[in-house]
Design a protein around this ligand. Structure first.
Ligand code: SD4
Length: 326
């Protein structure tokens, strides 16, 4: 067989060999995104949280790392008594106890989380201490609280009069039904990009209002509420955590970006993974926010009403997100 005939005959086989690797997901792709040599620092957060996002921006401007900025930024909302889904002032569980969840992930892929912690306001900072000072990734409940006390955190009453009043009103309904406000969650997931060109993130919440005691959502679960891969990008989630966990939303978005999807398309795909299991329009909200190493940002939610905060060049903007349902 001459060379021409051989090439003709094996054309189909060759096509398979040459095309398949491109058409198949490259699971170990180190990231196919251009990495800026002169990174412009920025911070993005779920929801309209200008003070928290500005705070993170200032920490970045002062030359601190992305992980420092993210933890300091979200700390603003953890102390904000008006925010009833994060930190002190967060809505309690159905027994009237406030329990908080948080996680952090840095540019090296290291991470830490605390679950169902009582009496400690700054749980994102505590998650960072778990990451830096223990051989573990997750501490839960009493162990996390004990660790906080050992690190010098002061125990505080996290249930404000306002949250107590709202809980008592809920109790009068008589039926156990946790509440999640479709239009206005405030769980804060934040991703920062620092002057060394590194990405890190933090996610912190009091979770679902009037949840069962011990219930933990997506926010402190690495890969669900937050995921960072410094070669590719990062993603954060807000909304009904059970649905985010089932689809490992933030990890999914980062993997989709690794394989070339824009942050916007990756967020849309992660939302559709949830929607394809629903019959019709669901009565819950899930929203995603993502960025890649090229500084592109994407956001998408199930229901309308989601927005994100974007800090760059000393200015913070609130940017409305598109949604699957209008
Ligand atoms: C959770 N994702 O615990 C959180 C709730 C949330 O705004 O985002 N609230 O499921």
């Amino acid at each position: 067989m001459n060379r021409r005939k051989f090439l003709d005959k094996s054309y189909l086989g060759l096509t398979t060999i040459l095309v398949a690797p491109e058409a198949t997901f490259n699971l170990r792709n180190k990231g196919n995104i251009h990495i800026s040599k002169n990174p412009n620092i920025y911070a993005i957060s779920t929801w309209n949280v200008p003070e928290a996002n500005m705070k993170a921006g200032k920490v970045l401007e002062n030359g601190f790392s992305a992980i420092e900025a993210a933890v300091k930024g979200v700390a603003y909302e953890e102390s904000n008594l008006l925010n009833t889904t994060v930190g002190m002032g967060g809505a309690p569980d159905r027994d009237g106890i406030v329990s908080l969840d948080a996680c952090v992930m840095n540019h090296t892929g290291n991470c830490g989380a605390v679950l169902a912690v009582e009496n400690i306001t700054h749980v994102a900072a505590l998650a960072k201490e778990v990451m830096e000072k223990t051989p573990h990734v997750i501490l839960a409940g009493k162990g996390a609280r004990q660790f906080a006390l050992e690190q010098g955190y002061t125990p505080e009453n996290l249930l404000t009069e306002q949250s107590k009043k709202a809980w008592k009103k809920w109790l009068k309904n008589g039926n156990y039904k946790p509440e999640i406000n479709v239009e206005n969650h405030d769980t804060i997931g934040m991703i920062c990009f620092d002057s060394s060109g590194n990405l890190s993130g933090a996610c912190t919440t009091s979770g679902l209002a009037y949840k069962m005691s011990g219930r933990v959502g997506d926010s402190p679960i690495i890969g669900s509420g937050l995921y960072i891969d410094n070669n590719v990008g990062g993603a954060v989630a807000t909304g009904l955590g059970e649905e985010v966990i089932k689809t490992v939303g933030s990890f999914l978005i980062v993997e989709l970006m690794r394989n070339g999807l824009s942050p916007q398309k990756a967020c849309e795909e992660a939302v559709s993974r949830i929607l394809e299991k629903q019959k019709g329009k669901p009565n819950f909200q899930v929203a995603y926010l993502a960025t890649n190493k090229n500084g592109e940002i994407g956001a998408y939610s199930i229901q309308k009403g989601f927005s994100y905060s974007f800090y760059k060049n000393k200015v913070n903007k609130n940017i409305p997100s598109n949604s699957a349902y209008k």
